[in-house]
Unconditional design. Structure first.
Length: 295
C-alpha cells in the first residue's frame, strides 16, 4: 500500500454536532494536518452543508457500531484512500493546537518503534486527570469494582501519573494512552488490522496498547505539549459505563492473560457485587441531589 508523509485526523461524532463542526473547522486551519475525516456514528445529527473546507470529508455510518468500529471507518479512509503516514483520533470534546500534532509527529520520526503517542492532558476546567493506562492486574481489577477501594486506586494513580509525566525528560513510555486524543503510526494499524472491534465502548485503549506491544511497538506520552479533554465527569452518572468497562476488562483478560478458574470466579463475583453497589449508589446519589434541589 502506498503511504505518503501526510497526516490525517478522525473525529467520531455521536450527538455532538456543534462540538464536532467547531473542532473539524479548527483542525482544518492546522498546517500539520492534511486530511480530516468526520464519521457520524448513526446519531441524530445532520451535517448537510456544514463542511466546506476541502480538507474535511464526511461519512455517515448507518449503524452505531461503537468507538473502535466507528473510528476504523475514518482510519481506513485516511490510510487506504488518502495514504496518510500518521493518523489521529480526536474526540469532539477535546481542545488542542497544531503544536500538539507537530510534537507527536516529531516523536514518531525520532522513535521508529513507537506506534501510539499522546500528550500530557487536562480535564474540564484544566483539572488534573489520569495520564495513561497500565495493563490490568487481577487484584486491582477486583478492587476497582468497589467504591472505596476504587477511589483509593484512582487517587493514587492520579498523583503518581501526573508526577511521573511532569518529571519525565520529554517522553515517557506507557502501557496504553487514553483514547480521547492520540496519534497512531499507520504502518502499525495496517499490521494490526486496525482497531479491535470486539467491544462497543470503553477499554479499547489497553487492548490497542497490548496489541502494539505484541507487534514490537511502544506507546508513549510526551509532556512538551498538552490537550484538554473537556468532559465533565459526574459521580455515579453512568451505570452503562461501569458495566461496559468491566465487560471490556473481561475481554482483555481473555485475549492476553490466562486466569485460573478461581481468579475468574473472584473477578465475576466482584463485578456482580460491584455493579449492585454502583446501582445503589446511583439511586442514593440522585435522591440526595433531588432533595437538595428542592430546598
Amino acid at each position: 500500500m502506498k503511504i505518503e508523509s501526510k497526516c490525517g485526523v478522525v473525529i467520531l461524532n455521536y450527538n455532538s454536532h456543534d462540538l464536532t463542526v467547531a473542532l473539524a473547522n479548527k483542525i482544518a486551519t492546522f498546517r500539520s494536518v492534511d486530511e480530516i475525516c468526520v464519521v457520524d456514528n448513526c446519531s441524530k445529527d445532520n451535517f448537510d452543508n456544514d463542511f466546506n473546507n476541502e480538507k474535511i470529508f464526511y461519512i455517515k455510518n448507518n449503524v452505531n457500531s461503537g468507538y473502535s468500529a466507528g473510528n476504523n471507518i475514518g482510519l481506513r479512509y485516511l490510510i487506504e484512500k488518502k495514504h496518510c503516514k500518521y493518523v489521529y483520533i480526536a474526540n469532539p470534546d477535546t481542545i488542542f493546537e497544531d503544536s500538539a500534532i507537530s510534537k507527536i509527529e516529531e516523536t514518531f520520526e525520532e522513535y521508529p518503534d513507537i506506534a501510539i503517542v499522546s500528550t500530557k492532558r487536562f480535564g474540564h476546567n484544566n483539572t488534573a486527570i489520569h495520564q495513561y493506562f497500565e495493563f490490568p492486574k487481577i487484584g486491582n481489577s477486583i478492587r476497582s469494582c468497589f467504591f472505596i477501594t476504587r477511589r483509593k486506586i484512582e487517587r493514587t494513580k492520579l498523583c503518581e501519573q501526573n508526577k511521573k509525566v511532569d518529571k519525565s525528560n520529554g517522553i515517557i513510555f506507557v502501557d496504553a494512552v487514553p483514547g480521547a486524543f492520540f496519534g497512531i503510526r499507520s504502518e502499525f494499524l495496517i499490521k494490526n488490522n486496525y482497531l479491535f472491534e470486539g467491544i462497543f465502548l470503553y477499554g479499547e485503549e489497553i487492548i490497542l496498547g497490548h496489541q502494539a506491544l505484541n507487534l514490537g511497538y511502544k506507546s508513549a506520552i510526551i509532556n512538551t505539549s498538552s490537550y484538554v479533554h473537556d468532559h465533565k465527569q459526574l459521580r455515579f452518572n453512568n451505570r452503562k459505563m461501569f458495566w461496559r468497562d468491566r465487560m471490556s476488562l473481561k475481554i482483555y483478560y481473555q485475549m492476553f492473560e490466562h486466569l485460573t478458574i478461581w481468579q475468574w470466579f473472584l473477578l465475576n463475583t466482584a463485578i456482580i457485587l460491584g455493579t449492585f453497589e454502583y446501582n445503589c449508589e446511583y439511586i442514593l446519589y440522585n435522591l440526595f441531589k433531588t432533595i437538595n434541589n428542592k430546598r
